[in-house]
Write a protein that binds this ligand. Structure first.
Ligand code: GLV
Length: 358
């Protein structure tokens, strides 16, 4: 008797024509309206699932996994995966994947858009004009800070940080400084035109500081009141990574009291709720977490996530070897097409295999 097809939960409406590819191998339970799933709903959705295609809205940890005995694979549609409890997934033997690379340029572009809008007061000017406040052209209207020739600071120097550095260095003639957990090889630094500095030097010397580092317990509120106090009062802060990197009340206070010139935020600690203190400020540009939101890139992300999920479940050209694992785990109950044939369990990310099953 043929083995039953895996069941897959798709947590949000994505692109139907791409998600439909799952149906060639799986029974698909796809949510058709944008939905806020609470932990109970997520656990219920995963109870019978072998795999899941999810977004950053869905948090999955030990409690949800404990109720999902069949779950083997989670494909996160996004590069950041702080919504996933990786040690819990590792312990449960569930492979998780993300969608790097395909969104690098698009997200770097938005970082620059926020930087330019904040430093040159673009959205503030537009609101002022629409309010009918422009009575006469004047020399001193909306004076901002230059981008070209200034010092760009980048905190977190992964793929997106490097793409921002290239834009700043090659496109705008900026002096680019960065700080990262580990220093890049010299050849990479030279290629992107960036110099490594310590965290305090980055804060002190940046005319514009972009946050592009992953969020974790270690990076929680890395930009707090003390860090803000070390920045130039003329500086711009841009966050396109995760809201929890910034102590938002401290940021609002610095922006309100002239201790920081401007900010551009795409992400928020309590999103989609944005603090009233931020909403009230004129010198902050606010976008609703749209870093990777070009049509082409969002389609590419969904395609990559579908490919990853199928591979993790044992289908397609990369069966057993999804391209973008973020767990270093053996697969759970070996029940994939590949496993049925070979009896082999894959160690994700290593390309190695190990006999036996968990
Ligand atoms: C979006 O924030 C992502 O992590 O892809």
């Amino acid at each position: 008797m043929p083995a039953p097809r895996p069941r897959v939960w798709v947590s949000q409406p994505l692109f139907d024509d791409i998600v439909d590819q799952l149906a060639a191998h799986c029974e698909v339970d796809a949510v058709v309206e944008v939905t806020e799933h609470d932990p109970v709903a997520i656990a219920a959705a995963l109870r019978e699932a072998d795999g899941a295609l999810i977004t950053l809205n869905e948090r999955i940890g030990a409690a949800e996994l404990a109720q999902a005995p069949r779950l083997r694979a989670i494909a996160n549609v996004g590069v950041g995966y702080n919504n996933l409890d990786i040690p819990a997934l590792d312990a449960a033997g569930v492979i998780a994947t993300n969608t790097p690379d395909v969104l690098t340029g698009t997200t770097a572009d938005l970082g620059f858009a926020l930087l330019m809008a904040a430093a040159r007061r673009v959205t503030e000017s537009e609101r002022w004009l629409r309010e009918g406040q422009w009575k006469q052209w004047s020399f001193s209207t909306m004076l901002g800070a230059d981008i070209h020739g200034s010092t760009l600071g980048i905190l977190g120097m992964g793929r997106i940080g490097q793409a921002i550095a290239r834009r700043g260095h090659h496109g705008f003639g900026m002096r680019v400084l960065y700080h990262n957990r580990s220093r890049l090889p010299e050849a990479v630094e030279q290629g992107v035109g960036a110099s490594y500095v310590d965290f305090d030097t980055l804060l002190a010397q940046s005319d514009h500081l972009l946050l592009v580092l992953p969020y974790s317990a270690a990076s929680h509120h890395i930009i707090d009141a003390a860090a803000l106090a070390k920045m130039k009062p003329t500086a711009t802060l841009v966050n396109i990574a995760r809201g929890g990197l910034v102590d938002e009340p401290a940021l609002a206070d610095a922006l309100a009291n002239g201790r920081l010139a401007a900010a551009g935020l795409d992400v928020y600690e309590g999103e989609p709720v944005v603090r009233p203190e931020l909403l009230a400020l004129r010198n902050v540009v606010l976008t609703p977490h749209i870093g990777s939101a070009s049509l082409a890139t969002r389609r590419a992300m969904v395609q990559l996530a579908v490919d990853n999920l199928l591979a993790a479940l044992g289908f397609g050209p990369r069966a057993g070897h999804p391209a973008n694992p973020v767990t270093a785990t053996k697969t759970r109950t070996a029940n994939t097409a590949a496993d049925r044939i070979t009896g082999i369990t894959t160690i994700a990310g290593t390309g190695k295999t190990a006999a036996g099953k968990r």
